[in-house]
Design a protein around this ligand. Structure first.
Ligand SMILES: Cc1ncc(C[n+]2csc(CCOP(=O)(O)OP(=O)(O)O)c2C)c(N)n1
Ligand SMILES: [Mg+2]
Length: 1012
């Protein structure tokens, strides 16, 4: 049977050029195989076949212009039906690889059902002054209790919801509250108990507390400038210990591992535990914050500085929570795409309550709920303080967070009160204790823990006779012992247990603690706790006694560490617990396999001239991606990430081709379903379409770019964005990416101050390369022609993903259309492109006067045009250099200069800039579409006279031509400046420059663009 394949609906385009035939007569093709590539002036897209079979005839050729309905192929059809789904390419081999790493099957974890004990029948009568009919209230409450008892919580919840809905429908204006009473979310009778030995665990915790404090104090005794924090970990010790002893599973050959984002300032506690576990020794603890000598311990979690230990940089407040959310989402993406197995791994993130004020901390919580990230658990350590003072002195941070997280759809578990409170709360028959708890603000809670039991009796329980009575039989010491939930291992265990089993939503555990817990008068719950890094002898003695650390007074005075014997119960216990959980944490390892870079020839099409055809480098990049998607090694590993700009960059063809990741698939028929580039969402979709969310997109990119260590699978993330909304917008995340040793591509599209003509001041980027240059392991390029892009991109793939170098690439692409020449035949061209510059053209007709013209990005073409004018109208010869990266040239120049200065007696090295320009004639004039500082970077590395032009100043909307004129980087200005430079160098008479300035209507008195 014969069938025909026509051009499908390609949207608003007519007469689109066929640029590639991917099949020929006689080929066997399967459903969805691409058959031709067509290209409009904005994007290129492959047309897939809708039938399987053998090609009988091809009805188009390269260069033809086609429209919807034109015949492409005749196909002799096979039996496969249209509805047949193609087998996802290469997924199988990747799963095999993953399985090779995680060889043994994970033991099925049987989740033991919570045996929730039957609740005591109890009706809490909340005495409320606004209650006009307490008896009626009691009736309702009793009915509710009866429902809970008979039909359970779900039924009670349902009825309450119905009541509220009914009230709304009746027109009642009900003030809605997102928070629940100020008590624990898990009632004591529902708490799952830990099977751990609480005595040993307390002893271990005490030693960790001691050693953590000791390492900070010792470091500061030696060098007071070193700093460090004791108070943060002191408040979080129990939160970490319970996780370490019972919940967090390490990565090993059987399991991918839970991922834990430790709160940056709690690092000393994590080191102190590693010391007891035998992973760090005393010498290493003593080199806390002395990282210059190898072996020092970094101040905070920095994978760059401790690459075998820390996994996630968290100390820049707000980045941890955001990165953790996108990490959990990325984990689901890998699972849904079939690239890793679903092993029930979790992402835990520890956050400070002050940190939650960062917009980034809460900025993505909606996404976490929407994506149903039940693999994500936040633990917010609410010690009620930040650096300067209380987080919410006049309010309650726990209630506020509860409201926000509940509103966003999270499972919220509040851990406010410790076990000593249980009986008091149970005996609160009048509801007055609950009332005081609700009424007391955080400033008061903090102040109470800075005092003593008598103060708490007076200020807290003393508020009402009923609460005073409640504690009448307790001594002040007993009252002081009433602990907070976050310091109670039982409460914390129960919360972690419930969080780990929660399905369908992310969980936040909001735990109340005391900042500087146990530090006594100088450091506990006082406003200066955060910066307390020195403890005097009395404080140390207090701390030792408070936690029963077995040290003599003398040892305390010497601030000695304490580590029990290897055979002690404590050490055996701590190790055994970790072994049962698969190994130690944190630990950074990598078992991923490199990805073979595609053969050079798949880029060959970019090395030939485009002839008459004009295209932007953005379009060339998209063409290159389309080709990469045909490479079986690379294709499945590509993670295209787009913040709602696919259409801007001509990438909408990817929607159909590889699908947009959507964990629930597509529940609607898209409006454009009949079109070739229809908006296709799919569970196995490959594109991460992040919406208008650069910080989120960058967080996704970081997750994918560190996939090689966190998931043991090398991926190739390519995040493409408006260059102005890149480094400038998310600079701190880019810095964290460097610290994380991310590998992948950042593409700053529509780059440059003058290529993006109409968008104006906020959109026109003239400095992203400069910001990129501040990140040591970021390699950046500003290419002009498609072959440069191809060479750079392939080398990036090779260096990062085949050779596993820990660098990442920033490449700018433009939206200016022009034709691209073929790659010069010079054998050094490729290396020059990679090193940062190569000679692209030479004018040598007159052999009198010469100038070296260095151009980068889109301005290179202005340089080339200017060179032609200089030759034809002024008889000036020139050599034109395409500078693909001033940043890379500067790095090389810096290194060479440093070597030469440090080795004055050795053979002096020659910088690449000097290798290129050293023997050339004439002064240098450099220009780019970026600030002058960009090209000025190489000034020190040449002895020649050096002048630069650039786009310093605010951008603005206008035509490209006018903008280049305004910033003085158009060919006319280059000619005039070039002549002026030659005159200044006494190589020609100044009249030529003067003439040119006049000819081109250049106003010599015009203010600097920076002032306009
Ligand atoms: C982006 C950023 N801003 C400021 C700081 C400085 N800083 C470090 S810790 C801290 C207070 C942290 O308070 P909180 O989050 O409540 O943590 P805690 O130590 O109380 O657990 C501040 C302001 C930082 N590390 N990062
Ligand atoms: Mg805090």
């Amino acid at each position: 049977m014969s069938d025909k394949l026509f051009v499908p609906d390609i949207g608003d385009f007519e007469k689109v050029e066929v640029i590639e035939l991917l099949v020929k007569v006689g080929d066997q093709i399967n459903l969805n195989d691409p058959v031709v590539t067509i290209e409009s002036d904005k994007s290129s897209v492959e047309i897939p076949t809708t039938v399987s079979g053998k090609i009988e005839s091809v009805k188009v050729k390269v260069g033809d212009k086609v429209s919807k309905g034109d015949l492409l192929l005749n196909i002799i059809t096979s039996k496969e039906s249209l509805s047949e789904k193609p087998i996802p390419k290469d997924t199988e081999s990747i799963i095999k690889q993953a399985e090779a790493v995680l060889k043994n099957e994970k033991k099925e974890e049987t989740i033991s059902q919570n045996s929730i004990k039957e609740k005591k029948k109890e009706i809490i009568q909340v005495k409320n002054d606004n209650d006009i009919d307490p008896l009626e209230t009691q009736d309702w409450l009793e009915s509710l209790s009866a429902v809970v008892k008979k039909d359970g919580n779900q039924r009670a919840h349902f009825l309450i919801k119905e009541l509220i809905n009914k009230a709304y429908r009746e027109g009642a204006n009900i003030p809605y509250t997102q928070s629940t009473p100020y008590i624990n979310s898990i009632p004591p009778e529902a708490e799952v108990k830990s099977n751990g030995d609480q005595n040993i665990e307390r002893r271990i915790r005490s030693l960790i507390r001691w050693n953590a404090a000791a390492m900070v104090v010792r470091a500061n005794k030696k060098f007071p400038e070193l700093g460090g924090h004791i108070g943060t970990f002191a408040s979080a010790a129990t939160l970490y210990d319970v996780g370490m002893n019972h919940f967090w599973r390490a990565k090993n050959n059987k399991f991918g591992g839970d991922l834990v984002y430790f709160q940056g300032h709690s690092a000393p506690g994590i080191y102190a535990r590693a010391f007891l576990e035998g992973r760090l020794n005393e010498k290493q603890l003593d080199s806390f914050r002395q990282e210059v000598k190898p072996g020092g311990l970094s101040s905070y979690p920095h994978p760059w500085l401790m690459p075998k230990f820390w996994q996630f940089p968290t100390v820049s407040m707000g980045l941890g929570p955001m990165l953790a959310i996108y990490q959990a989402r990325y984990m689901k993406y890998l699972i849904n795409r079939g690239l890793i197995k679903d092993e029930g791994r979790k992402v835990w993130a520890f956050l400070g309550d002050g940190e939650m004020d960062e917009p980034e901390s809460m900025g993505a919580i909606g996404l976490a709920a929407r994506e149903k990230l039940d693999n994500l658990i936040f633990v917010v350590n609410c010690n009620l303080q930040r650096l300067d003072g209380p987080v919410r002195g006049n309010g309650k941070i726990i209630q506020e967070l509860e409201g926000s997280f509940r509103g966003a759809g999270w499972n919220v578990i509040k851990v406010i009160w410790g076990s000593y409170w249980d009986s008091l709360i149970a005996n609160d028959k009048t509801g007055h204790l609950a009332k005081v708890m609700n009424e007391t603000v955080d400033g008061e809670y903090q102040a109470m823990k800075a005092r003593d039991g008598a103060y708490v009796r007076e200020k807290f329980f003393g508020k009402y006779p009923e609460t005073q009575e409640l504690v009448s039989s307790l001594s002040d010491k007993d009252i002081w012992r009433l602990n907070r939930g976050g310091h109670d291992p039982h409460k914390v265990y129960a919360a972690y247990d419930q969080a780990s089993k929660n399905k369908g939503s992310p969980t936040v555990i909001i735990a109340k603690t005391i900042k500087g817990y146990g530090m006594g008068k100088t450091g506990e719950s006082v406003n200066t706790t955060h910066q307390t890094k020195k403890l005097d002898v009395d404080d140390l003695m207090y701390y030792r006694d408070r936690f029963d650390v077995p040290l003599t007074d003398e040892q305390v005075k010497n601030v000695e560490y304490f580590k029990p014997d290897e055979k002690s119960l404590e050490i055996k216990y701590i190790k055994e617990k970790r072994m049962r959980l698969g190994g130690f944490l944190p630990e950074r390892t990598t078992y991923s396999k490199p990805i073979k870079a595609p053969a050079k020839d798949i880029f060959d099409f970019m090395k030939v001239s485009t002839g008459e055809k004009e295209m932007s480098t953005t379009m060339a990049l998209v063409r290159m991606f389309t080709n990469l998607l045909r490479d079986k090694n690379v294709s499945p590993r590509l993670v295209p990430i787009i913040p709602d700009e696919a259409r801007t960059f001509g990438m909408e063809g990817f929607f159909q081709k590889i699908g947009i990741y959507a964990h629930e698939g597509q529940k609607y028929e898209p409006e454009d379903s009949a079109q070739l580039s229809s908006y296709r969402e799919e569970k196995t979709g490959q594109v991460l379409e992040e919406g208008i969310n650069e910080a989120g997109a960058m967080s996704s990119w970081i997750a994918a770019a560190t996939s090689y260590t966190n998931h043991d699978i090398e991926m190739i993330p390519i995040y493409i964005f408006y260059s102005m909304f890149g480094f400038q917008r998310i600079g701190d995340l880019a810095w964290a990416a460097g610290d994380s040793q991310a590998r992948g591509f950042l593409i700053g599209a529509t780059a440059g101050r003058t290529t993006l003509a109409g968008e104006g001041l906020q959109h026109q980027d003239g400095h992203s390369h400069l910001i990129a240059s501040t990140i040591p392991n970021c390699v950046s390029y500003d290419p002009t022609f498609h072959y440069e892009l191809a060479v750079i991109f392939r080398e990036g793939l090779r260096r990062m993903h085949e050779k596993n170098e820990n660098v990442f690439y920033y490449i700018t692409t433009m939206n200016e259309n022009y034709s691209h020449p073929g790659m010069p035949k010079d054998k050094n061209c490729e290396q020059g492109i990679l090193n940062g510059m190569y000679k692209i053209k030479e004018f040598n007709k007159y052999k009198k006067t010469k100038i070296q013209l260095l151009g980068s990005g889109t301005i290179l073409r202005e340089m080339m045009a200017a060179a032609e004018i200089l030759q034809n109208e002024y008889q000036i010869d020139s050599e034109i250099w395409s500078v693909t990266s001033f940043n890379e040239l500067r790095k090389d120049g810096m290194e060479v200069e440093r070597y030469n200065l440090l080795n004055p007696d050795k053979d002096q090295k020659v910088s690449f800039v000097e290798q290129c320009l050293g023997k050339t004639e004439g002064p240098i004039l450099a220009a780019s579409d970026y600030m002058r500082m960009n090209s000025d970077q190489i000034r020190p590395y040449t002895d020649k006279s050096f002048y630069s032009l650039g786009t310093d100043g605010y951008g603005r909307s206008d035509t490209r031509k006018n903008l280049r004129k305004f910033f003085e980087v158009d060919k006319e200005h280059i000619v005039a400046y070039g002549l002026s430079v030659l005159a200044k160098e006494q190589l020609i008479a100044s009249k030529h420059a003067k003439e040119a300035i006049k000819k081109y209507n250049i106003d010599g008195n015009k203010p600097m663009p920076t002032k306009l």
